[in-house]
Write a new protein. Sequence first.
Length: 319
Amino acid sequence: MGKQSDGRAGNRVPWFFATPTRLFAWLFVSLLVPLAILVVVLSGQARRVMHDQAVIQNSATARLAAATARAHLDALSRFAESFATRRTLLRAVRDGDAEGVERNLRDLVERGGPIERVFVTDLAGVERFDYPHDPAVIGKSFAHRDWYRGVAHTGRTYVSEIYLRAAAPRQYVVAAATPLAERGGRTFAYLVAQRSIGDIAAELGALRPSAAGTILLVDHHGNHLLEAADGDIGLGSLGRHPVISRALIAGQLNVDAPSPVTGGASLISVARANAAGWMVLAEQPASFVYAPLRLMRKVMFEWLVAWFLVMLAVGFGWF
C-alpha cells in the first residue's frame, strides 16, 4: 500500500497545471512580471541618460555664456582704466576745464563700442562732467550707488551691480568705475563708464541649452533683468534663493531644483562669470527634459494593455 501511495504522489500534477484556468494564470503572470520589470529598468536607465545629457548641455552652455559675459565685463573695465590714465583728461578734470573733459569723454564713447555713457564725479560721488550731456544729473550725488561704494572702498576699478540709471535715456546698465589719480597716486575723482545690460543679456539668451532652455545673467547681488508679460523690463532679485546662495560659494553648480524664476522643477547649471560674483544660470524645465520618457512609458503601457487584451482573448478561446 505504501508503495502505491508513493507512486501516486510522484505522478501528482503541479498545482498550476491542475486546471486550464491555473495554467493560463501561471503563463500570464510569468510573462507579465518580467515585462513589468523590464519596463521599470528601461525607464530608469532612460531617465538617467536624459538627465545626464541635460546636465552636459546646461553645464557647457553656462560655461560658454559665462565666458561671453566675462569678456564684456572685462572689456568695460579695461576701457575705463585705459582712459583714466589719459593726461589730457586728468589735466582737464583737475583744472575744471569742461570743454576739455567733454572732448575726452566723447572720444571714449566713440571709441568704446558698446559704452554709451561716461561721466566723472568728485570724491564725494557728485557728478561733475558727463557725455552725452544731461544737465538733470550734473551736481547730483550718486554716493548711494553700488559702483561708488565699490570704487571708494577698494580704491581700484569696480564693476557695479545691474541698476536703472538716472540720466536719459533711462535703462538698466552695468558700470565700471575707476579712480582718476595724480602721478603720486592720490585719487581726486572717479571715471564711470556705462553700457546697457540688455545687450549682454540678449546675446547670452541666444545660447540657450535647448529649445525650452533659458539663460539668466545674475550680478554679484543676485539682481537680474526680468521681462514682464506685457514686455516691460524690470529688475528681479534672487539674492536669497538657495541655488544662488550655493553658487556664490561653489562658483560652479549642477543641481535639480525649482527654477529661480518660474518655480517649476528644473535642471540648473551655474557658472561664475567673474571674480566679483557675477554668474550665469542655464536651466531646462524637467517637463521638457523627460518628455521623451513620458512618451516611451505611454507606448510601453499601450503595448502592455494590447498584450493583456490578446492574452484575455486567448484565454477565453482556450476555455
